[in-house]
Design a protein around this ligand. Sequence first.
Ligand SMILES: Cc1cc2nc3c(=O)[nH]c(=O)nc-3n(C[C@H](O)[C@H](O)[C@H](O)COP(=O)(O)OP(=O)(O)OC[C@H]3O[C@@H](n4cnc5c(N)ncnc54)[C@H](O)[C@@H]3O)c2cc1C
Length: 248
Amino acid sequence: MITAYHRPQTLDEALTLLTRPNVLPLGGGTLLSKPTAESIEVADLQALGLDTVKKNGNTLELGAALTLQSLLESEHCPPALKSALKLEAPLNIRNSATLAGTLIACDGRSTFASVLLALDAKLTVTSKQNGEETLNIGDLLPLREQVRGKLITKIVIPLTVKLAFDYVSRTPADKPIVCAALAQWNSGRTRLALGGYGKSPILAMDGTEAEGIESAVKNAFHEANDEWASAEYRMDAAATLVKRCLAS
Ligand SMILES: Cc1cc2nc3c(=O)[nH]c(=O)nc-3n(C[C@H](O)[C@H](O)[C@H](O)COP(=O)(O)OP(=O)(O)OC[C@H]3O[C@@H](n4cnc5c(N)ncnc54)[C@H](O)[C@@H]3O)c2cc1C
């Protein structure tokens, strides 16, 4: 239950509030506003100007409080990321939910987090104690509880990569049973992220070329059994999705 609402006007004010153990950042509030047994206070981020999209050379700098829909509508958003954003949540939620709130709250079925993992997104995490730190998304996802007391302020993704995304789901607009996001740099570096299972998307491969990608898929999903699908199904489906990504 939210017991107090704060609207800090500066980043410093927000970080000071977050030094208190029961204060959490409020992004879109789509998850935080759900009733819980825990008493929390929230620091609303909307006055901090963290909702910008800025192309900076070969990268795109995204404010952490940008909504999913604003990113989807940005002219700079890569088409494959747009497809993933459309699947992340329906329009009404996309209009409120923020990028950072989504990354903190998501599970392995998150298409947005899967694409950001393939892109090796860098996050700026700020706190009173440690100042500004840069985290790779692959380091953040398994340790999200450690972000408590800190604020994600910025997310940076590369623009000069080839990016492909594909998925299998029960209906076209449903969360994926399996999704694959493939990013390839000019150098040949290839990153494959697989989603649709578990607590967060899995980085199946980060190599200097696409060689060995099929065995990477099998290794990543060999225990991926749940109520939606067997590991065998996921391994087969992911192998097909990866072929499609490579072909596109
Ligand atoms: C009815 C309903 C049910 C849902 N159920 C689920 C569910 O069960 N599982 C799920 O994964 N998603 C669920 N969602 C989706 C959830 O709304 C999304 O994950 C959403 O994208 C969260 O974004 P937000 O900006 O609204 O986050 P908020 O609700 O504002 O915050 C979510 C978490 O992120 C933290 N946070 C927000 N911004 C920052 C920041 N800048 N830095 C650090 N931490 C931050 C908050 O403190 C909080 O812990 C549900 C949505 C709805 C409407």
